[in-house]
Design a protein around this ligand. Structure first.
Ligand code: SF4
Length: 726
């Protein structure tokens, strides 16, 4: 007998609802888009359609592994946890421990609920994640402008009249820091209702091809372009402020150095186009500027992300329908007691500042390799593969081999986890509950959906239990972590004026919580205390209500709410935070620099997601291949044919060429997450490709956020067989 079940797709930020058919044995026999989901309305992409194959991948680990020399031994869970404890007991100083959290932690309940307690239990400041290889510039810019790193305005996609999009390709990636199932359909709808879409990108991506206008820009120069637009708004008296701000004069002063004529040469965007974009933004009935990974993972990522919202403010489009708006998630983040700050501590070796409690992954190898007090000797990785995803991965690969002890929570034996002493595999996705704590905070429509586990655990610990057990081992404290967290949250809520439960009895409230697991009880608590909750909000939302509505609940369009969101000390938008403005000098210093002859950028594929979907047969091959896109003019100029050698300051690769006029001359593109030669993942090994992070450089970072730089990497290209004098 088959059964039909519904759940949220956990594979990307679009949070689509899926309808799955399972056979008697719990095997997925079909996956369709959930037509009754009010947010995704039946949309599905090839990744979601392959969820069953991924979930039942024969190469995924099903039992813990302990490494003995070069051999792996399958062990029971108690033996595995005992080995972790023995490894941690050998660490004399907790400053020598480190943790790396990969991108999937943003998609899992376990990552959202148990990552922070594990970090606290470990007692280290050596915290690294995929965020500093991705979106940290946005957190830093939002934290300093609006007072909270998660106060990230998203384009009001369904109502805007004009969208200026930089460094994003949602037709392949389905959007990021902008949760919007069927992003392609929403862009088409924007155009169909008479709106205008302008895409700025060094490649004519599928998104750019869909747009009304595509503007080619030199990689890494978005901050110059955005400053040119800001300059024009001031010069032509087009600034329209809808909110009180601090720092308007400082922004005007900074922009004086970047007139369109001056930035045109550096960006490759003609001055008249820059001026026209400024006029169009100012004249549009409503407009939003949105920029993503191509602009974040660049040398001036924070400046670019800051300028995006400076433009949204200067055009009067921040916090209004059709502009850039703040979502209201059902498990709203709490108030921040202290003003947001960066650089509260620095990394031991390079002195790089912390952001959001993390150090840049670009310096993890330094911390492992460099002797001295606090040298990292013990590492935990959770759902991450930094050997392939972090800059100069080959160095990290070697550094991991020098660790005294490493623990990986991961479903695969991969390029990173091969260094672990113990691997703890989480269960199948369908055995886990799913709620998008993080991603629903970036949704273009307020929405909530919970998917309970569809299959029993059969004796294996859940991912939540694995992380909670690691936290118990690291803290040395026994007890129920979830009930401890629930008690703390309830105590704070009952002591907070206006919380909705002020003065109520903690034990009584605790008894009202529902849920089969600690994670579900914590979700119930957060929903009840949230803005739509039955305790503190203006509604009746709870876990029960979400369970009764398995297709999800529409909570309405985005509404203006700047007053609730702003957490700056001044209570105003900080338009010119000093920590950001001081980086403008660095930008000015490079304005006149001649750009490198050829630079490397990354690219996204619809059938890929970082490094971990390359073992799913239906997703690899076809257009999802590891090739170097290069303009035919460069192919001819450099005398290339078939494949070429790409060299950077850090390494070299031989790569098959994909000549295409969709990429600017002087720019080449290689997707990331590849390089699986010798992998124990059979499909991935057959489609190994090469790792772009052989070429990227960990010594170049975006200074304010410490983010890695993957776009605009200087390279040289030569035919294979040509020996280059060193
Ligand atoms: S767009 Fe993202 S969330 Fe939607 S089906 Fe595809 S992978 Fe899943």
């Amino acid at each position: 007998m088959t059964s039909t079940v519904h759940r949220t797709c956990p594979l990307c930020e679009a949070v689509c609802g899926l309808t799955l058919t399972l056979d008697e044995g719990g095997h997925v026999t079909s996956v369709r888009g959930d037509k009754d989901d009010p947010f995704s309305k039946g949309f599905i992409c090839p990744k979601g359609a392959s969820l069953g194959q991924l979930d039942e991948d024969p190469d995924r680990l099903r039992r813990p592994l302990i490494r003995e020399g070069d051999l792996w031994r399958e062990v029971g869970w108690e033996e595995a946890f005992a080995a972790v404890k023995a490894g941690l007991d050998r660490v004399a100083d907790r400053r020598s421990t480190a943790i790396y959290l990969g991108n999937p932690n943003a998609h899992s309940m376990a990552g959202a609920l148990y990552g922070a307690p594990l970090i606290r239990a470990l007692g280290t400041r050596n915290v690294y994640s995929a965020s500093t290889a991705d979106q940290m510039p946005k957190h830093v810019a939002s934290g300093l402008m609006f007072g909270h790193p998660l106060a990230i305005p998203v384009p009001d996609l369904d109502r805007t009249d004009y969208l200026l999009m930089l460094g994003a390709n949602p037709l392949e990636s389905n959007g990021s820091l902008c949760t919007a199932p069927d992003f392609p359909g929403r862009l088409k709808a924007l155009r169909a209702r008479g709106g205008r879409l302008v895409v700025v990108d060094p490649r004519r991506t599928r998104t750019a091809a869909l747009a009304d206008e595509h503007v080619f820009v030199r990689p890494g120069t978005d901050a110059y372009l955005l400053f040119g637009i800001v300059h024009t708004l001031f010069a032509e008296d087009l600034v329209t402020l809808a909110h009180q701000v601090n720092g308007l004069a400082e922004v005007r002063e900074a922009a004086k150095h970047f007139p369109p004529e001056a930035v045109a040469r550096r960006t490759g965007v003609p001055a008249e186009v820059i001026v026209r974009l400024a006029r169009e933004l100012a004249a549009a009935r409503t407009a939003a500027v949105y920029a993503r990974i191509g602009t974040c993972t660049a040398e001036f990522g924070t400046l670019a992300q800051w300028l995006v919202d400076v433009l949204n403010v200067l055009t009067g489009n921040l916090d209004r329908p059709g502009g850039a708006m703040f979502p209201k998630p059902a498990t709203e983040f709490g108030a921040r007691r202290k003003p947001y700050a960066v650089g509260r501590w620095k990394s031991r070796v390079r002195g790089l500042p912390e952001s959001n409690g993390e150090l840049p992954v670009a310096t993890l190898a330094d911390e492992i390799e460099t002797p001295g007090e606090g040298q990292v000797t013990f590492l935990i990785t959770v759902a991450g593969n930094p050997v392939l995803s972090a800059p100069h991965g080959a160095r990290l690969d070697a550094a991991f081999g020098r660790l005294d002890f490493m623990v990986s929570v991961d479903l695969y034996l991969n390029e990173t986890t091969k260094h672990a002493n113990v691997i703890l595999p989480p269960p199948r996705m369908l055995q886990s509950g799913h709620y998008d704590f993080t991603l629903l905070g970036f949704a273009v429509r307020n929405y909530a959906r919970y998917s309970p586990p569809l299959l029993p655990l059969d004796g294996q610990p859940s991912e939540a239990q694995i992380l909670a057990r690691l936290a118990v081992i690291a803290s040395g404290l026994e007890g129920d972590l979830d009930e401890f967290v629930i008690g703390e949250m309830l105590r704070k809520a009952t002591e907070t004026p206006g919380s909705g439960v002020e003065g109520r009895d903690v034990a009584e409230l605790r008894a009202e919580l529902e849920g089969e697991t600690g994670g579900e009880r914590r979700l119930d608590l957060m929903l009840k205390l949230g803005p739509y909750g039955e305790w503190a909000g203006k509604g009746d939302l709870s876990l029960r209500k979400l369970l009764d509505n398995p297709h999800g609940l529409d909570l309405g369009p985005l509404e203006p709410r700047l007053g609730e969101v702003l957490k700056t000390a001044s209570g105003l938008i900080e338009l010119a935070p000093p920590q950001i403005v001081e980086d403008v000098e660095r930008l000015r210093g490079k304005l006149e620099e001649d750009p490198p002859e050829i630079v490397l950028i990354g690219r996204r594929h619809l059938r890929s997601n970082n490094s971990w979907l390359h073992n799913v047969g239906p997703l690899v091959g076809g257009s999802n291949t590891c090739t170097l896109q290069i303009n035919p003019a460069d192919v001819a100029r450099l005398g290339l044919d078939g494949e070429a050698v790409v060299r950077s300051a850090k390494g070299q690769l031989t790569v098959p060429l994909e000549p295409t006029d969709t990429i600017m001359p002087g720019v080449v593109s290689l997707p990331h997450g590849w390089g699986h030669a010798g992998s124990s993942q059979s499909v991935a090994a057959e489609h190994a490709g090469v790792s772009v992070n052989t070429l990227t450089d960990e010594s170049t970072i975006d200074v304010p956020s410490g983010n890695a730089v993957f776009n605009g990497v200087p390279v040289t290209i030569s035919p294979t067989g040509v020996i280059i004098a060193q």
